[in-house]
Ligand binder design. Structure first.
Ligand code: ADP
Ligand code: MG
Length: 534
């Protein structure tokens, strides 16, 4: 149990939050969300005691063990993999060190013998004998092969180090685990392993994440850091998102009677509870959602963008034929004899470790690059709009956003182009900003406005979610889901792939593809089955 009382933190004149009162209890998993710089990492550091608050305090009972996923990957370079993980259980690690030191002594006295026996007992009590096999199992679950378990940390890659530090944080089953963006450097299989570990975990988990799928799977509560306040809500991220939008809509509609409002909210909660079987939350956690009441609904002051694509013309039968495309860049084969045909209604996710191959494919499809061999043929009824991964060249001009949008629009009226900018939350004087000074996320929002304006019937998007906040990703997700024509896209957002794609094309390291008509989760499962039977 963690109790936060009247907590406040300021850096100089910058106030991150104040008067925060919260309690975190065992068995729950709290997802911490908020914009960049809102104070999520700082809040975790206050809980772990790494930094001091400006006012108020955090109290944790003295016998409670707390562990933190370390961010610094180079911290343990002098130690072996096994030792690094073992350090996650401080008392056990110390005991094993003390024990070794005594046995290494040359003049082993009677007193040493007694001390050694005591240490052996403590070691056994702390689960020392099982520790090694437990660590071995964890590491295998995280995809660290056995031959690396005795290696020095320096010999591992960055990605492997992240997994070792994760195993360290989880080893010895602490009562409280703090994780700051744990999924950032993990591959899909390791994320699934972590999700399963956290679902079974009896202690308290506080986790900062931008990954909506992960938050939905593991979280029982959402902790929202917004406008200097930290608020706690029951439910997972989807519930938080849907209900905060609903609350906003209701708040806008002041005339609505109170009873109507409560009825709407109750209906929403019921609908949400009926859907929850889709998520893989453990039963005890599912029960929480049954207990949700209207009071739990968030009234966030956040603003939500709106994304919707409308095709001006229906696509005909022939959409796209890709025939025997090959392409090498600087002697490396990225695409090797690739063929596929798109059909009406296809929403295709391009996946794979080799993002360069995917970007190259997009560039060939858009005619920006010539293939070494093969050809592509777009159907005559199709029109394309493209979100390139690197879109910096679109923002070199010194024009304001109105003029920037005008260059892509037949209708040149300011009122017309403003509609599209407004959907992505550029309103009032924002539209007179210079295109060149926009932040990464703002540029993406402009590109999406441009795509909405195009009226194209085929959308191509190469990593549109990279700089977006979670509200914008959710809006894009809704827009792509309800779009009634063809989409080709690549993203790291698991939920976006799972809810939009009906076909997966994986670009393999040898330049070939694997093309399946199924959802992403089905694809991941089928790939695992193949790996097992191979
Ligand atoms: N030691 C520090 N001194 C001054 N400002 C800091 C310090 N640490 C963090 N900040 C500021 O506090 C804010 C919150 O940071 P952080 O908690 O890392 O945000 P996030 O929610 O992205 O994890 C940021 O504006 C950051 O620049
Ligand atoms: Mg942070």
């Amino acid at each position: 149990m963690i109790t936060v009382s009247n907590l406040g933190l300021s850096y100089g004149s910058q106030k991150l939050f104040d008067r925060v009162d919260l309690q975190f209890t065992a068995g729950n998993c709290y997802g911490i969300i908020g914009a960049n710089g809102a104070g999520k990492s700082t809040f975790l550091k206050l809980i772990s005691g790494e930094i001091e608050s400006t006012s108020g305090h955090v109290s944790i009972p003295p016998d409670v063990r707390l562990s933190v996923l370390k961010q610094d990957q180079e911290l343990y370079n002098d130690y072996s993999v096994m030792e690094t993980v073992m350090m996650g259980n401080g008392p056990l690690y110390q005991c094993s060190k003390d024990k070794d030191a005594i046995y290494e002594k040359e003049d082993f006295s009677d007193a040493d013998g007694i001390r050694a026996a005591e240490l052996e007992e403590t070691f056994a009590d702390l689960g020392g004998w099982e520790a090694e096999s437990e660590i071995g199992q964890m590491l295998s679950g995280l995809g660290i092969p056995v031959d690396l378990h005795e290696k020095q940390m320096t010999e591992l890659t960055g990605r492997q180090k992240v997994k070792i530090l994760l195993a360290q944080a989880l080893f010895g089953r602490p009562d409280i685990i703090l994780l700051d963006e744990p999924t950032n450097n993990l591959d899909i299989d390791s994320v699934v392993w972590l999700e399963e570990f956290l679902l079974d975990y009896p202690g308290t988990v506080l986790v900062v994440s931008h990954d909506r799928y992960f938050l939905n799977t593991v979280c029982t509560h959402i902790v929202d850091i917004d406008f200097g306040k930290i608020k706690l809500y029951v439910g997972n991220y989807d519930f938080w998102y849907e209900s905060s939008q609903l609350m906003q809509k209701l708040a806008r509609d002041q005339n609505k009677k109170n009873e109507d409002k409560i009825k709407d909210l109750q209906e929403f909660i019921q609908r949400f509870s009926a859907n929850k079987s889709k998520s893989r939350q453990a039963t005890s956690r599912k029960k929480l959602i049954d207990k949700l009441t209207v009071e739990e609904m968030p009234a966030s002051s956040r603003r939500y963008p709106w994304v919707g694509f409308k095709s001006e013309r229906e696509v005909g039968k022939d959409i796209l034929a890709v025939t025997e495309i090959s392409k090498a860049v600087e002697g490396v084969t990225l695409l090797d004899n690739i063929s596929f045909i798109l059909s009406k209604g296809d929403k295709v996710a391009f996946i794979g470790e080799n993002e360069l191959a995917i970007t190259t494919m997009f560039q060939i499809l858009m005619g920006e690059l010539e293939p070494d061999r093969g050809e592509i043929k777009w159907g005559v009824t199709t029109s394309q709009t493209y979100f390139p991964k690197d879109h910096s060249s679109y923002f070199e001009e010194k024009s304001d956003l109105i003029d920037w949008m005008r260059q892509f629009s037949e209708d040149k009226r300011e009122s017309f182009v403003r509609q599209f900018l407004g959907r992505m939350l550029f309103s009032g004087d924002d539209v007179y900003k210079q295109a060149g000074v926009l932040s990464g996320g703002e540029k993406v929002r402009c590109m999406l406005s441009k795509m909405m304006l195009s009226g194209a019937n085929v959308l191509l998007l190469d990593q549109p979610t990279n700089h977006l906040d979670m509200e914008s990703i959710a809006a894009l997700n809704n827009g792509l889901e309800s779009f009634d024509s063809v989409v080709l896209f690549a993203t790291h957002d698991h939920q976006l792939i799972q809810t939009v794609a009906n076909r997966i094309i994986e670009f393999l390291p040898d330049g070939t593809i694997r093309d399946r008509r199924m959802t992403y989760d089905e694809y991941v499962a089928s790939r695992r089955e193949e790996a097992v039977s191979a």
